[in-house]
Design a protein around this ligand. Structure first.
Ligand SMILES: Cc1ncc(C[n+]2csc(CCOP(=O)(O)OP(=O)(O)O)c2C)c(N)n1
Length: 650
């Protein structure tokens, strides 16, 4: 195996083209094997093997600094930067991250996970080099999908103005997760296809100048004419106008031309963009043919490409969202749906098929999605914007400035709220409660199960102001388990999911299910727990809270969000003002980034599964009883306090 001999990128230097081809196929085999067991981003990684090898042969990492946009395509990079042996641990608890991480390798110069940051980061690194007077190049490797994100344009704009040494390598496979969208994507498509666009300017100049008599003059005149001739003469004109020297399009699987283009980029002063054509899923038929599904995939059978199923599972929250929205849209023509390049992930595929004229994929452009929704709402429509909680962080200002201030009836659907699992810290949706609950004039809900999500979506469609709903990654409870009280949603009203007298637990969203299990266990120890499903983070059920405060009932809050500024903080703020003296425990994520691992493992580590919730409550309540009122001090001395456990694990 050639791969076994590659420990550092410099080990690639001595390889012949034939050996590079052999190495590429070994790498593909390794990636397919590991992803088939652990799940991961397969199609993007299979497409970029040769380009990654070429980049590492031409640029000297870490002297030259390579930033991988999104970073989901960095598996080959990991394999050739000393992580081949540990690669089987990819995305598992304590194992390699699925994204670049500066703590993992000196070759990972910048953490990524959210899209469209690479050119800004590379620009920052280039400026730092100027100040620190070190040489080397800053390189951004960015996909055509990531290039649709606004930040990428902001960075191109600045770089064209700054005119410093930044190399942008555009990995163009014509796909985001779904086929890429937008005018820029159409432009790239034309660059790929039309021979005129791919005719090298120098060659055209050479041909024109051959024409006896007036050839040179003709070339000069044509060069000066704005419009189509100029575009004909200069491939990649758009990027040239942005101040970049454009090289391409280059075949991403031809080592010789690829390296020639990269060497030219390396040698040139100022901003350069190398446009490389690749194909998602390259070398593995199922991923090539269904690159959508193989963008991010769970464990699968290599022979068939079929995802390994774990028996009949209840519907996911995402599916419930998609189905319910279709039902609501059938009877309300004002409902439209917006996604930021996540049609499948957010469950809008069915909506897009049933209501194509009411479905909008804006590309990786969360900020635009939110403000566009605000405009649609102002014009009389009922937009539902489905964005993962983690990516909604991008649109914080737009939610305040363009939706809440005008009280516009936009429904923000925050999928993947809570711990998402293997994608890790860049993707956990654990901040939204904190950053949305402080915004005035917004209703903010979290369903206790998937049936309640349906009710909440219907409720949201009937409101005249902004509504946000957060729901988790994964399956619901299915019929036959412990459904939350399926009564009608009433603004600002919680429901009691379980009666009890010793203490009251406010269990936000899907934590309701684990809390109910914990309550059943605590009952066996003689602790009788009332479990409340708050339903609303805003407006919060202050009447119910007041009745508990007046009854002098100790309280617990449970949330899959950071404790800082989260749901528990909010309950505590109100409770203190009401004079609550019976004590309170907040269960949630402590002040440390949760790492990657399966959802079940992470919930166990952070004591957010039924067992963890039970133990936290048991220790706290037990200590309270024995120490009579010195609860907080005794809590801090409990040895399995999650803050300490998390710090040990990270
Ligand atoms: C801000 C943000 N929104 C959405 C995503 C989800 N996402 C991950 S990869 C991807 C598509 C990226 O396409 P491209 O850059 O062309 O890379 P490819 O996978 O095609 O190689 C999307 C939408 C993200 N990572 N960040």
């Amino acid at each position: 195996m050639i791969l076994d001999r590659i420990h550092e990128p410099r080990d690639l230097q001595s390889l012949s083209v034939a050996e590079l081809v052999q190495l590429s196929s070994e790498i593909r085999e390794r990636i397919i094997g590991v992803v088939s067991r652990n799940g991961g981003h397969l199609a993007s990684n299979l497409g970029i093997v040769e380009l990654t090898l070429a980049v590492h042969r031409v640029f000297q990492s870490p002297h030259d600094q390579i930033v991988w946009d999104v970073g989901h395509q960095s598996y080959t990079h990991k394999l050739i930067t000393g992580r081949s042996e540990s690669f089987p641990t990819l995305r598992t608890l304590g194992g390699l991250s699925g994204f670049p991480k500066i703590c993992e390798s000196r070759h990972d110069v910048f953490n990524t996970g959210h899209s469209s940051t690479s050119i800004s980061a590379a620009q920052g690194l280039a400026i730092a080099r100027e100040h620190m007077q070190t040489d080397g190049k800053a390189v951004a490797v960015i996909g055509d999908g990531a290039l649709t994100g606004g930040m990428a344009f902001e960075a191109l704009n600045f770089t064209g103005h700054k005119k410093n040494d930044v190399v942008v390598i555009l990995n163009d496979n014509e796909m985001s997760i779904s086929p890429n969208v937008g005018a820029l994507s159409m432009y790239l498509h034309r660059l790929r296809l039309e021979p005129a666009y791919t005719t090298p300017k120098d060659y055209l100049a050479h041909v024109l100048r051959q024409i006896p008599g007036f050839g040179s003059r003709l070339y000069n005149v044509l060069s000066r004419i704005e419009g189509s001739f100029k575009y004909l003469l200069t491939p990649g004109m758009l990027f040239e106008e942005f101040g970049f020297k454009y090289f391409g399009p280059v075949d991403g699987y031809d080592f010789e031309t690829l390296e020639r283009a990269l060497v030219r980029a390396r040698e040139r002063k100022g901003p350069v963009l190398v446009h490389v054509l690749t194909e998602k899923g390259r070398g593995y038929k199922p991923a090539q043919e269904h690159c959508n599904e193989f963008h991010g995939i769970g464990p699968f059978e290599i022979e068939t490409g079929k995802v390994k199923k774990t028996g009949e599972a209840p519907r996911t929250y995402t599916e419930v969202f998609g189905d319910t929205l279709c039902r609501l849209a059938a009877s309300d023509k004002r409902i439209v749906a917006i996604t930021a390049a996540m049609k499948e992930g957010t469950g809008l595929k069915k909506f897009a098929a049933e209501f194509p004229s009411r479905f909008y994929d804006v590309g990786i452009a969360e900020q635009h999605a939110v403000t566009m929704a605000a405009g649609m709402a102002k014009g009389g429509l009922k937009p539902f914007v489905a964005i993962y909680s983690t990516f909604m962080q991008r649109a914080f200002d737009q939610i305040i400035h363009d939706i809440a201030l005008m009280k516009l009836p936009v429904v923000l659907c925050l999928d993947r709220a809570g711990l998402v699992g293997e994608d890790g810290p860049t993707h956990h949706g654990v901040f939204d409660v904190s950053f949305l609950r402080m915004i005035p004039d917004i209703q903010f809900l979290a369903p206790g199960d998937e049936f309640e999500l349906e009710l909440m979506l219907k409720y949201a469609s009937e409101q005249n102001g902004p509504v946000a709903i957060r729901y988790p990654r994964g399956v619901g409870i299915g019929r036959g388990y412990v459904p939350s009280k399926q009564s009608e949603i009433v603004c600002g009203r919680a429901t009691i999911a379980r009666e009890g007298t010793d203490l009251a637990v406010w269990a936000l969203g899907h934590t309701l299910q684990s809390t109910l299990q914990a309550a059943a266990e605590l009952e066996k120890s003689g602790i009788n727990v009332k479990v409340i499903n708050p339903r609303f983070i805003k407006p919060f059920d202050l009447d119910l809270l007041e009745s508990l405060v007046l009854g002098n009932i100790p309280m617990v809050t449970v949330e899959e969000n950071v404790l800082a500024g989260g749901f528990g903080s909010m309950v505590a703020e109100h409770a203190i003002e009401m004079g609550h003296a019976a004590g309170m425990l907040r269960i949630g994520l402590s002040d440390a980034f949760a790492q990657h691992g399966s959802q079940a493992e992470l919930r166990s580590i952070h004591q957010l599964d039924a067992d963890g919730i039970k133990n936290r409550i048991f220790n706290w309540f037990g200590n309270r009883l024995s120490l009579n009122g010195r609860a907080y001090r005794s809590l801090r001395s409990v040895s399995d306090h999650p803050e300490q456990a998390v710090r040990r694990a990270s």
